[in-house]
Design a protein around this ligand. Structure first.
Ligand SMILES: *[C@@H]1O[C@H](CO)[C@@H](O)[C@H](O)[C@H]1NC(C)=O
Ligand SMILES: *[C@@H]1O[C@H](CO)[C@@H](O)[C@H](O)[C@H]1NC(C)=O
Length: 526
């Protein structure tokens, strides 16, 4: 995530700003035909290879990267080699890493047929496993989970390639005396979701994952507390603003989905009120705030008659899920998500795209799984919407990301003719280690590489950057980390979204039986 401590945002040039605003006003969408979603999907999965920490395998496709972080955990006597860098820096933050893996797994669970049809399934599984292998290492005993390697403050002091890293690699953990229910809950959710993905593909691995997930849930539930109280180093980077109740509900629902165990469902039902599951009406879904995701998952349970006994509470979850969807569609009375003049959901200035990709995914799943097989509509205060409308809206957001926007720029790096060239990413902005093996020191990187005006020497293909401001303006400057930094959890939900859009646009030949292929209506309400 961004470098709040050591860097300042590059000041915007006022004249450029005015010119861009004028262009923005006269902008009309004029994209003929659909984007190549299969290409976008392929690129999204490639991105996770650029973010790999640890010893890279022989089939590593992002060849400007090399091994890094090979002594992670050594100081604490634990093997924490592997996992993902969250963004443009080299801290391994457990909470967003776990959320990334949950969303990748959810994408594969809902859209496996579509991903299979492009031949990308192996890459999707590798992306998940790179995370879950690390979580297994980090979960060293039933009540110990390593939460972070490195710390934001010292990491951000340097601008180095991961291969040259000289910053502290101290590791931090949560345990019985220093609880972290949110971290344990999200990691349990990620491993439970991944256990579903691997159930038939690798049964042994799947049951190992499930075992970890169950232990982590028990740990998180029994020793309650927010992880950022136990690991204060995380506070200014990935502090848990929403607390841990959402992660415990989220983990319970994922464990129920993985095991069909009544215990987990009862947990989500019995704690629906006191944990805010049916209380919070949300307008965002993120690595921190899971309520909208919980509400969509609970709505999916309603589709199965055997859950009728819990129908009353599940309906309450569902009505909150619809509040979220209506807010994205601008159909609530009052609490709606803002939009830019170009039509992009706009939640906040810093890394706004994370909220766009996660919303696109939730709306897609709701439309496919909850509205499926019926002419059912969501009755929003501002009017009713059906599947076609929800899906068209998802497409509008995906298309904005891919270039249908006032800047004519793809915010998915490496896609189409125009995309950000100065992504705030240490590894990408410095000459590849494979090309130049000389050591590049801590501040040398700032002096010789960070401050350059030239494009990055390496393209982080598939990264979804923070994206434009509330007026659709985007400044492709390395120092503008609010807009040009990318995070793993931005891209993860797009895997499912691109796979589904590809199918809806008839871009894939081999569709699974029974998945309805209805045409997208191009209009949606602004
Ligand atoms: C919308 O909210 C306003 C203010 O709270 C209220 O007066 C109005 O009746 C609401 N409209 C509908 C259709 O619910
Ligand atoms: C985007 O493309 C449209 C259509 O080709 C063009 O009219 C417009 O000037 C372009 N905008 C920018 C910022 O390049």
């Amino acid at each position: 995530m961004g470098d709040t401590g050591s860097l300042r945002l590059v000041p915007h040039c006022p004249r450029l700003l005015i010119a861009l605003v004028l262009l923005g006003l006269s902008f009309t969408v004029s994209v003929a035909g659909a984007f190549n979603y299969a290409d976008a999907l392929t690129k999204s999965l490639l991105y996770f290879e650029a973010q790999r920490s640890g010893r890279l395998p022989h089939n590593q496709r992002v060849t400007w990267r090399d091994h890094s972080g090979l002594t992670d955990g050594l100081e604490q006597g634990v093997d924490l080699v592997g996992g993902y860098y969250d963004a443009g820096d080299h801290v391994k933050f457990g909470l967003p890493m776990a959320f990334t893996v949950t969303m990748l797994s959810w994408s594969v669970i809902e859209y496996s047929g579509q991903i299979d049809s492009t031949g990308e399934m192996e890459h999707a599984l590798e992306a998940i496993k790179w995370g879950t292998d690390y979580f297994m290492k980090a979960h060293t005993s039933p009540t110990v989970l390593w939460a972070e390697v490195g710390d934001g403050d010292t990491d951000h002091y340097c601008w180095q390639r991961p291969e040259d890293m000289t910053t502290s690699r101290r590791a931090y953990k949560v345990d019985e005396n220093n609880p972290g229910s949110d971290l344990a809950g999200e990691t349990a959710a990620a491993m439970a979701a991944a256990s579903i993905v691997f159930r038939r593909r690798n049964p042994h691995y799947s049951s190992l994952l499930l075992h970890h997930a169950q232990q982590l849930f028990e740990f998180g539930d029994k020793y309650r507390g927010e992880y950022d109280r136990s690991v204060e180093e995380v506070k200014s980077y990935y502090g848990s603003v929403s607390g841990y109740k959402d992660e415990l509900l989220w983990a319970a629902l994922w464990l129920h989905r993985a095991t069909d165990g009544e215990y987990y469902l009862s947990y989500a039902i019995n704690k629906a009120h006191c944990f805010g599951g049916v209380g919070w009406a949300m307008t965002e879904f993120s690595w921190d705030v899971k309520y909208a995701g919980i509400q969509v998952m609970a709505s999916q349970l309603l589709m199965n008659e055997k859950h009728g006994v819990h129908g009353h509470v599940l309906q309450m979850y569902r009505s909150k899920a619809e509040h979220y969807i209506c807010s994205c569609l601008n159909l609530n009375n009052g609490s709606n998500v803002d939009r830019t003049p170009g039509g992009l959901l706009y939640v906040r200035q810093w890394n706004n795209m994370q909220y766009v990709s996660s919303a696109a995914f939730l709306l897609m799943v709701y439309s496919d799984q909850v509205l499926a097989g019926s002419d059912e509509e969501i009755r929003c205060p501002g009017g009713s919407v059906g599947r076609a409308e929800v899906t068209a809206f998802v497409k509008s957001q995906a298309d904005y990301i891919l270039g249908s926007n006032p800047m004519n720029m793809s915010y998915l790096v490496g896609f189409g003719p125009s995309y950000p060239r100065r992504v705030h990413h240490r590894g990408a902005s410095i000459v590849s280690y494979r090309e130049y093996r000389g050591f590049i020191g801590c501040t040398q990187g700032y002096d010789n590489w960070y401050a350059r005006q030239e494009p990055n020497p390496n393209v982080v293909v598939g990264a979804l950057v923070g994206g434009p401001d509330c007026q659709d303006n985007f400044f492709d400057q390395r120092g503008n980390y609010m807009q040009t930094e990318a995070c793993t959890y931005n891209t993860a939900p797009l895997v499912g979204v691109f796979a589904r859009l590809m199918q809806l646009e008839g871009q894939s030949g081999e569709l699974e039986d029974g998945i309805e292929n209805f045409p997208l209506r191009a209009s949606y309400r602004k």
